[in-house]
Design a protein around this ligand. Structure first.
Ligand SMILES: [Fe+2]
Ligand SMILES: [Fe+2]
Length: 477
């Protein structure tokens, strides 16, 4: 899962908060602005209604009520008034009779007559926004005119009502425009805050952090401390100092671990060398007890190593074969002297006893968990198996015989033929090569025979270096 960056988290949280704040502020401002607009249009309607009332009173006093239509039309035009209705209250109807000029009182007007309070109906979401104001005309003797005398009514009697409807489109347009300006200003401020915050995160967190990671890696490689003074904030300066302390400890521990590791490798090499030398010495002990030709163990080891290398086995396999080959005949330690050193031909029974030496060798070595001894157990067990399945003890065939066994089988016989034994003379090299070639694919792995023949000079050189007359003490393995 890809984790979000500090910039992404900061931006998303900041924008969420600012947008929420902007929405709340816009709603509050819009609500208050609407209330304010309503008060303004109510005041305007009230003022106009008062002018109309004053005008009508003047017409009445001048006794020109028949001219009032001109006055009402004029005021309608000047003040964007859609409708003007003058409604007589019951008290005036009783005094002067029902006029043809005035309309009958509707529900809202009746309510105004009853409550003596003005009524306002505002429609600010219609196609043409408007306010309808119904203002009561209440008799009073306050002021220059005494209504009570003219209309012969008591103080506070409702004489009529002025019902006007004003177009308030200009107020709604103004409100819309102001809301738009507010919205644009809010979004601009949000954008500026977001840019500034991102810039701050980039300059004071992201860049120093990446810089610190690079410098920390360099410090680890070069063992040079991070220069903490190059960081502009105290937090990163402190982190850089901590990295330097940490690095110092690591470097000190690294040096100690390197030395310990070196000592361990030395110790391991010493143990492996000791094991190899012990194994080789065991092979030499067996060689001497069996009265094999001198250096037979050494030569078989070197021939096996060369065959394994030329066959393309891994370095580890070559190393294991070279270390384990000396023990190929260790099982002969379990064969009685009377059979091992019998000068003449062995009886069938004696030969069968002699053929037990691979199994004896295997039983001596197979308990071990060490790689060298495990390899030695395989070699001891399988070095008398033959490619065509006629060998012993199992009669394994071809690649069923472990490659260690196939290699040592060829190296062992090649050296035995070239060496003098108590029961035979040493064969000439040409005879040995001919015989080995003849046995390719029957006794020996044909690939290994090809390697031996193709590189015969190198095998001969090994035979010369570790010849039977050399006591082996002055030749390093
Ligand atoms: Fe053997
Ligand atoms: Fe041998």
């Amino acid at each position: 899962m890809i984790k979000p960056s500090i910039k992404t988290i900061t931006l998303s949280r900041l924008l969420s908060f600012l947008l929420l704040a902007a929405v709340v502020m816009s709603v509050v401002i819009a609500f208050n602005f609407r209330m304010l607009s309503h008060n303004i249009v109510k005041n305007e309607a009230t003022s106009i209604a008062d002018i109309i009332k004053a005008g009508l009173t003047a017409h009445m006093k001048a006794d020109v009520m028949d001219k009032r239509s001109f006055f009402l039309n004029e005021i309608k035009t000047v003040h964007d008034i859609s409708e003007i209705e003058i409604i007589r209250a019951p008290a005036v109807n009783r005094q002067f009779g029902v006029s043809q000029l005035e309309k009958e009182a509707g529900e809202i007007v009746k309510k105004v007559f009853e409550t003596k309070q003005p009524e306002f109906i505002i429609d600010d979401f219609g196609i043409i926004p408007s306010i309808r104001a119904v203002m009561p005309y209440i008799a009073t003797n306050q002021g220059r005119l005494n209504c009570l005398d003219c209309h012969q009514v008591s103080e506070g009697t409702v004489l009529g009502a002025v019902d006007i409807t004003l177009d308030i489109t200009k107020y709604r347009s103004m409100a819309s425009w102001l809301l738009m300006v507010l919205l644009v200003a809010s979004l601009t401020i949000i954008l500026l805050i977001a840019i500034n915050t991102l810039r701050t995160v980039q300059v004071y967190i992201k860049d120093p952090l990446e810089n610190l990671i690079v410098k920390a890696k360099d410090a680890y490689v070069t063992h040079e401390p991070v220069n903490s003074e190059t960081f502009t904030t105290v937090e990163f300066e402190n982190v850089a100092k901590e990295i330097n302390h940490f690095n110092k400890d690591i470097i000190a521990n690294q040096d100690m671990l390197k030395q310990l590791n070196f000592n361990l490798l030395e110790l391991n090499n010493e143990i492996e060398d000791t094991l190899r030398e012990t194994v080789f010495t065991m092979g030499v002990i067996e060689e001497q007890r069996s009265k094999e030709a001198k250096n037979h163990t050494r030569r078989v080891t070197e021939y096996s190593k060369l065959l394994a290398t030329k066959l393309g086995l891994s370095n580890r396999d070559v190393e294991l074969i070279a270390s384990a080959a000396p023990l190929h005949d260790i099982g002969k330690l379990g064969i009685p002297d009377s059979i091992l050193f019998k000068p003449g031909k062995l009886t069938t029974e004696e030969f069968e006893t002699m053929q037990n030496h691979p199994a004896i060798g295997y039983s001596m070595l197979s308990h071990s968990k060490r790689d060298i001894l495990k390899a030695a157990a395989i070699i001891a067990h399988q070095h008398h198996e033959k490619w065509n399945g006629s060998g012993y003890p199992w009669g394994l065939r071809q690649n069923d015989i472990h490659v260690y066994g196939r290699i040592v089988a060829l190296a062992d016989v090649y050296d035995a033929l070239l060496s003098e034994r108590h029961y035979k003379k040493a064969w000439p090299l040409d005879d040995v090569i001919s015989w080995v070639e003849k046995e390719s694919g029957s006794h020996f792995d044909p690939d290994l025979v090809d390697i031996l023949i193709s590189n015969i000079e190198e095998f001969v050189a090994i035979g010369v270096l570790y010849n039977s007359n050399n006591d082996g003490m002055d030749v390093e393995p």
